[in-house]
Design a protein around this ligand. Structure first.
Ligand SMILES: [Fe+2]
Ligand SMILES: [Fe+2]
Length: 423
């Protein structure tokens, strides 16, 4: 039987496998934990899981072609090769993030990289350049793909075809473009790695899930940052993501080794598209539940980290940077980038919440039992409290109470899958 026909016949099984992975790794509790580790990086820096997501242990030596399911080994290896080349230039990506986001969202800048003065200092003093969680997580991906390719094909892939990442500045337009392009890249990588994982078993599947979960964490954080910066905008966000992804896809087809084969297997293309749609629908549903106040407290959290050493700047330049940072903070707090309708609604809710803070706290303590027992989204207690809130309140108060329940769940999330599974 031709291999494509075999893949067509197996399509329902593959799609089911994709769905099972998405259901587990995009569960509300899993996404909550991903987001909360951003806060943890600043507030609990000693926690290794917040510095770099814990991986499930795998035995590389036991990985082999027998672990590939429903796809020719050469095709999975080709997908891995494209991914490896894309993952390679993390140093450049990381300086783009640190410099690009420094005014747009400084905490995201440090979470994902280092700015120009910090990079200069690190280079001049031979310091480790990769101190951000994003970087620590990303830098293990290209190597993981190279090892998997070696185990599957018995040949070492060439690692001399790196990307040429674009130059970005911290100017508003560049920074916004960078957020969207990173968000699209995390969406594409997580959705594609899930398809690969659906075609793998044993330690090969576990290793692919490790890499995919890192990408899901990054997608979670960038999607939440998108909502914080630009407001709720499900369809416009989707259009931005698709547009960026198509542009990226065209570029990879041209530049990657074996890129011309990308998208030529119609069955794999269907699997990848379905995976994208499933992951997007989960992220979108999750985003809808995250209150602005939670996003604000996470993305603007004070830092317990010591400052990174940086090249000294002349005082007037330093003062200029501080002034731009202050303006950036103001812009975020006033929701200046939001669509007028949602900004108006959100500011109204913020004012209402401030005026009624005491009575809201009383209601939560007396009538909703301070949310105790409802830590896990989707649990029996979660359902009970939601019903109670819906029965006893209406309008803005109901929205605020449901938002407070979600805030409580994010802060007290119990989803420690990666830690539990690490032997
Ligand atoms: Fe990656
Ligand atoms: Fe990533």
């Amino acid at each position: 039987m031709p291999t494509t026909l075999r893949q067509v016949l197996r399509l329902p099984k593959t799609l089911l496998a994709i769905w099972k992975i998405v259901k587990q790794d995009y569960a509300v509790a899993a996404l909550d934990e991903n987001l909360w580790t951003f806060w943890g990086f600043y507030q609990d820096p000693e926690q290794p899981h917040c510095r770099s997501r814990t991986w499930q242990k795998v035995k590389l030596a036991l990985i082999g072609p027998q672990d590939v399911v429903g796809l020719p080994v050469s095709e999975l290896a080709l997908m891995m090769n494209v991914s490896m080349e894309l993952e390679e230039p993390i140093l450049e990506y990381s300086s783009q993030n640190g410099e690009g986001f420094r005014f747009l969202l400084p905490n995201l800048a440090r979470f994902m990289g280092i700015n120009r003065e910090e990079a200069d200092y690190a280079a001049a003093h031979g310091l480790a350049w990769c101190q951000s969680p994003w970087c620590a997580e990303e830098r293990r991906h290209a190597g993981a793909f190279a090892r998997m390719i070696e185990r599957l094909t018995k040949t070492s892939p060439r690692r001399d075809n790196p990307n040429r990442p674009m130059i970005v500045t911290p100017e508003e337009e560049d920074a916004v473009r960078l957020v969207l392009s990173r968000e699209a890249a995390e969406w594409n990588s997580s959705s594609t790695y899930i398809v690969m994982a659906a075609h793998a078993k044993g330690y090969l599947g576990d290793l692919l899930r490790n890499v995919a979960r890192d990408e899901i964490k990054h997608l979670t954080i960038l999607s939440a940052a998108d909502q914080y910066l630009f407001g709720p905008r499900p369809w416009r966000r989707f259009v931005d993501l698709v547009r960026n992804s198509l542009r990226e896809f065209g570029g990879q087809k041209k530049n990657r080794t074996g890129g011309q084969h990308m998208g030529t297997n119609a069955v794999t293309a269907v699997e990848v598209i379905v995976s994208h749609l499933l992951t997007e629908s989960c992220v979108r549903r999750w985003l809808r539940t995250i209150p602005l106040a939670t996003l604000e407290s996470i993305f603007e959290t004070q830092s317990n980290l010591s400052d990174l050493a940086a090249r000294a700047l002349p005082p007037d330049r330093q003062a200029q940077l501080e002034e731009t940072s202050r303006k950036g903070r103001e812009k975020r707090f006033s929701l200046a980038r939001w669509a007028p309708g949602s900004r108006h609604k959100a500011l109204e809710q913020r004012a209402f919440e401030q005026h009624t803070a005491q009575s809201i706290e009383k209601t939560i303590a007396a009538e909703i039992g301070a949310f105790t027992g409802a830590e896990t989204p989707g649990s029996r207690m979660d359902g009970e409290l939601r019903r109670k809130i819906r029965n006893r309140s209406t309008g803005m108060l109901r929205t605020i109470l449901l938002g407070r329940l979600r805030d409580f769940q994010i802060r007290n999330n119990r989803y420690l899958l990666s830690r539990d599974q690490a032997a």
